[in-house]
Ligand binder design. Structure first.
Ligand SMILES: NC(=O)c1ccc[n+]([C@@H]2O[C@H](COP(=O)([O-])OP(=O)(O)OC[C@H]3O[C@@H](n4cnc5c(N)ncnc54)[C@H](OP(=O)(O)O)[C@@H]3O)[C@@H](O)[C@H]2O)c1
Length: 324
């Protein structure tokens, strides 16, 4: 038996239950991982509320973890008992130990500790594909990042600066603006009280930005589109304020022949080659010190419900780790 955080029905944070579950033995192509740290992500909220379908319940939530392989099933290649591993997009990470296939696992270099690994796999690989694939940031670009003091936001801002970009970060408070500036943002905008597009035009001498990385969704969609230069890219990759449900593509023409992408990390790490490339790049920038993974808060895994409340109430900054 092991402990896990599960939901039996979709809904609020109170639905997250700390329960005994059976771990079982690894089957063909599987390993048993003992978690030493588990990552918290906003996608966990979407899955808890039912915005994203996760199939039959009860279900252990959580998409990211780090730990050590305890036991290896038949037919497993490339992984052995004792390996330090981490993963993202592997539903069921809110637990002390689990059995899982190896397709999402990567080995963690000695230079990265377990807490950092659990904090960075999902948010860091997301930052990587956004900055290199959704829109390939070039030195000299001035780019816009929403929720710049959050988990993905802090990693992206540092990485974008490392790539030679000037970063404009939108944040929800003065304290978060300070944090964003300390983590790669050249300019900050308080998007709850300032006119984002007007400030962006002011900073860019009227031109606008070639890309807006927008994880907030409904509340900032218009501000993102109005901040773009001609042929700019609206990368809408999250729904923290609610999903965009009534998008009229004609707007893209009216606002300057814009592009829109709704990307997912799953697409950009859909096979072993892409996963290794993405994770490898992330380990490189973190190992070189170009990107620092800031764990803003940790909670006991048993207290995951409180971590969800704080994330939804915009009380967290940087990455959040749950300790088994
Ligand atoms: N598509 C993908 O591949 C992918 C992968 C990873 C993450 N994401 C998305 O990226 C976003 C960031 O994820 P994260 O885990 O790093 O979370 P996070 O940014 O640490 O937390 C979310 C932040 O969004 C801002 N926000 C704005 N309006 C909000 C609202 N109504 N309710 C709650 N928060 C609001 C808050 O910052 P302020 O107070 O500064 O506004 C809050 O701190 C999420 O939308 C997530 O779904 C997408």
């Amino acid at each position: 038996m092991t402990k896990a955080i599960r939901i039996h029905e979709y809904g609020g944070a109170d639905n997250l239950k700390w329960e005994d579950v059976d771990v079982g033995q690894p089957g063909d192509g599987q390993v048993r991982v003992k978690h030493t740290a588990v990552g918290l992500n906003f996608i966990d909220v979407y899955q808890r509320t039912g915005l994203y379908d996760i199939g039959a319940l009860p279900q252990t939530l959580g998409m990211e973890g780090a730990g050590v392989i305890e036991e290896v099933g038949a037919g497993v290649e490339g992984f052995a008992a004792g390996d330090r591993v981490a993963y993202a997009m592997g539903l069921g990470s809110y637990c002390e130990a689990r059995v899982m296939a190896t397709d999402r696992l990567v080995k963690v270099p000695d230079s990265v500790d377990d807490e950092t690994a659990a904090a960075m796999m999902l948010q860091g690989m997301t930052a990587r594909y956004l900055l290199k694939s959704s829109y390939a940031v070039q030195p000299g670009d001035t780019i816009l990042i929403m929720a710049a003091a959050g988990g993905v936001g802090q990693i992206m801002s540092q990485w974008a600066r490392h790539l030679g970009a000037t970063v404009i970060g939108c944040v929800g408070s003065d304290a978060k603006a300070e944090l964003a500036k300390a983590n790669g943002c050249d300019h900050t905008i308080l998007y709850n009280s300032e006119d984002v597009a007007a400030r962006v035009r002011e900073i860019t001498d009227g031109e606008g930005v070639p890309v807006s990385y927008d994880s907030v969704g409904q509340a900032t969609c218009e501000a993102s589109l109005d901040s773009l230069a001609p042929c700019g890219v609206f990368v809408t990759y999250g729904n923290a304020s609610g999903p965009i449900t009534d998008f009229n593509v004609g707007v893209l023409g009216a606002k300057g022949s814009l592009y829109v992408q709704r990307p997912t990390l799953a697409t950009f790490t859909r096979n072993r080659e892409l996963l290794n490339e993405c994770a490898g790049d992330l380990f490189d920038v973190v190992g070189a010190g170009a990107v620092k993974i800031n764990v803003g808060q940790t909670y006991a895994l048993a207290e995951t419900a409180q971590a969800h409340r704080d994330l939804e109430d915009r009380k967290t900054t940087g990455s959040t780790v749950l300790m088994p």
